[in-house]
Design a protein around this ligand. Structure first.
Ligand SMILES: [Zn+2]
Length: 319
């Protein structure tokens, strides 16, 4: 039987875990669904990631409202992917912060990405008609930006660590509490999506820079919270290993003049024993190998995924 397209058959609700990571720092994880977070300032909140729709985001906000009624001043978006940004209107944030490349990517491919992600992961798009349109960051930066949390709560730093999961990822870092929200640059026991990635940069200097912060608590893009240095290091190492296995296996087929389909099969075989049971593994891998193949062919920037191209690649590689 043919595998169902992407995550289109993943319709069961996930168990959600709301956790306080430090005083006034919260995360919501959900068995491999996209993670979100919030950080309390003196008289405001910073929210991290916006979910796929305003209705989905309101579910998260209602959990948060059991702990604080401070208004959301900043909504921070780790990157442009639809399931992370299209719920933004629910937050009523004064400022929407993202990397400058994220804003450019939304302008360039936000519409197509919305249609693509909706087709791949329909369950995450709770009441899709509630989305008012694309989300536009109102504050962008290139290297880093710092938000003073006030009231002796320290600083929140937003850093760009180089190209990785996309061209414009950021991480949010609380230096006093050594807590990091890493977006999709790090996954914790969840498969990687690399369809818009720069594999070599990500597996090299970008993850080196993420690791150099020395986080003691890390919230990745999906999967459970990594608590303690050993768990943080393990999540970063797993992310790097996933990328390296992909580069080695797909690279070997490319080098020997093989086909994309052969590369997909070989990479799947190599990753499956360790990662096959992790969330979104089967969903992501055809898109991942397709992008890596392009990268090996010298295609500098990821091609735009459309709902149509998604199906073409899926049908070409899955059988
Ligand atoms: Zn993403």
């Amino acid at each position: 039987m043919a595998k169902p397209f992407a995550s289109s058959a993943d319709l069961a609700d996930k168990k959600r875990s709301f956790e306080e990571l430090a005083d006034g720092v919260w995360a919501l994880t959900a068995e491999g669904d996209p993670n979100v977070g919030a950080i309390e300032g003196e008289d405001f909140l910073v929210c991290f990631e916006a979910m796929a729709t305003p209705v989905a985001a309101r579910g998260w906000l209602s959990m948060l409202r059991e702990h604080t009624d401070k208004p959301v001043r900043y909504l921070v978006l780790s990157h442009y992917h639809a399931v992370r940004v299209l719920g933004a209107s629910a937050f009523g944030a004064d400022v929407i912060v993202a990397h400058e490349k994220t804003r450019e990517l939304i302008a360039e491919r936000g519409e197509q990405d919305w249609a693509s992600e909706y087709g791949r992961m329909p369950r995450l798009f709770e009441e899709p008609a509630s989305i008012p349109g694309l989300t536009w960051p109102t504050l962008t930066f290139g290297d880093r930006v710092t938000i003073d949390l006030g009231g002796g709560r320290g600083m929140l730093e937003l850093h760009h660590c180089g190209r990785g999961h996309t061209e414009g990822d950021l991480v949010a870092w609380l230096p006093e509490r050594r807590v990091m929200f890493a977006g999709d640059l790090v996954e914790s026991r969840a498969a990687l999506y690399t369809g818009d990635a720069f594999h070599r940069d990500w597996a090299g200097g970008t993850l080196d820079r993420v690791a150099a912060f020395g986080a003691e608590t890390l919230v990745g893009g999906r999967g459970e919270v990594a608590r303690g240095r050993a768990a943080v290091d393990a999540a970063i190492a797993q992310t790097r290993d996933f990328l390296r296995v992909m580069m080695r296996e797909t690279g070997a087929v490319h080098e020997s003049g093989g086909t994309l389909k052969e590369a997909f099969r070989r990479t799947h075989r190599a990753l499956e024993p360790r990662y096959g049971s992790w969330p979104i593994f089967e969903h992501c891998l055809p898109f991942n190998v397709s992008r890596l193949w392009d990268e090996l062919n010298g295609v500098e920037r990821p091609r735009i995924w459309t709902a149509e191209r998604d199906r073409e690649v899926w049908d070409q590689l899955q059988d």
